[in-house]
Design a binder for this molecule. Structure first.
Ligand code: ZN
Length: 247
């Protein structure tokens, strides 16, 4: 089975469309690791697409925040303004869909999917120190997570945990990873709609479960159009500015 795996779309329709077009014909099922909405100006087109096309979607913290099932008190002012705006925009059916998204981790075909970590959907696994202890709690040798908006992840081999080289550091568009049966992996496809690893291109990955082979991808999209929609919607300008630099 070939999977298109992505995360953190954040209401960015231009970025999602570019990913789906770039991956067309190369996958059998899609898996989304959460945060369909929040920050971007197109929550309804993104949720409409997910309802019609996505195989498995786990909820993210912004999905909870934007559907009213979360106290926004501890969200920063920018995220909070975006969450309140998004909640007002969502159609009734899309709001229900977001509210009913399942919590990860979910077990699929020999791998698990989650938003943050298997222990806490809101945990940020940024460094080896965050990810190392988590390997003990995985129920499969492979797990996909999002939430940090950083493409890459971690591998556990020979009793050592290492960072999977950040694809952007290799200055390539497509970075393959052949999974070793003696190792375990926590893999992050990066963010479709708001990358934060210094590369503004939309991030995703393709995984072939029979070959145990995955490829990290980046694709350019119409950042200017996504920015204009954010500004015109009256959302904080900061949310438009950061798309251009991928931070
Ligand atoms: Zn996110």
């Amino acid at each position: 089975m070939r999977y298109l795996i992505f995360s953190d779309i954040h209401g960015n329709w231009e970025a999602l469309r570019a990913v789906v077009e770039a991956a067309a014909g190369k996958f059998d099922q899609t898996v989304c690791l959460g945060d369909l909405v929040g920050y971007g100006a197109d929550p309804n087109p993104v949720v409409d697409w997910a309802r019609a096309n996505a195989g498995v979607v786990v909820r993210g913290n912004h999905d909870r925040a934007c559907s009213g099932s979360e106290d926004l008190e501890w969200f920063n002012p920018v995220a909070r303004a975006a969450a309140e705006w998004t909640q007002r925009q969502l159609t009734p059916n899309n709001l229900i869909y977001i509210q009913e998204l399942p919590k990860g981790p979910i077990a699929l075909n020999g791998f698990q999917v989650m938003h943050g970590s298997p222990l806490d959907e809101d945990e940020y696994m940024v460094a080896v120190a965050d990810a190392g202890p988590v390997f003990a709690y995985l129920e499969a040798p492979l797990a996909f997570f999002g939430h940090t908006h950083l493409q890459g992840g971690f591998e556990y081999c020979g009793n050592r945990v290492r960072t999977i080289a950040r694809p952007r550091a290799r200055k390539q568009d497509d970075v393959p990873l052949q999974l070793d049966p003696d190792c375990a992996y926590l893999v992050n496809p990066g963010s479709v709609g708001q990358p934060r690893d210094g590369d503004p291109r939309a991030a995703y990955l393709l995984y072939d479960s029979e070959e145990r082979y995955l490829v990290f991808h980046r694709v350019t999209y119409d950042v200017t159009a996504a920015q204009a929609k954010i500004v015109n919607a009256g959302l904080p300008d900061l949310l438009a500015a950061r798309l251009a630099i991928g931070r």
